[in-house]
Write a new protein. Structure first.
Length: 103
């Protein structure tokens, strides 16, 4: 491949990547579905809500939230937050819903 064509190809791919990163970072966060017992536990301060987990993760890592959801893993509530970091990488962070530990 000629050097000029290689430069053009890299430039076009870079522009497409930058354009798609902007579209991803503006995607809305889907609301989580919580059971009444879980909502009551969050209200009493016994659990970390998804919103609290997102705030904690953004405070630690910065960037923009791509998606956030809550699931149960081995009987424990786990919040999963996917971020687009300031340096352009995608990072998935998990927050324990009971302890608030970030991993």
């Amino acid at each position: 491949m000629a050097p000029f064509h290689r430069i053009c190809r890299v430039a076009v791919l870079s522009l497409l990547w930058i354009a798609s990163a902007g579209a991803i970072s503006e995607a809305p966060i889907a609301p989580s579905v919580a059971l009444p017992a879980e909502l009551a536990a969050v209200a009493r301060g016994e659990r970390v809500s998804l919103d609290q987990a997102v705030t904690m993760v953004l405070g630690r890592y910065g960037g923009k939230v791509i998606s956030a959801d809550t699931s149960s893993r081995n009987g424990r509530v786990v919040h999963r937050i996917k971020l687009l970091t300031d340096d352009g990488r995608v990072r998935t962070v998990r927050v324990d819903g009971q302890t608030g530990n970030i991993s």
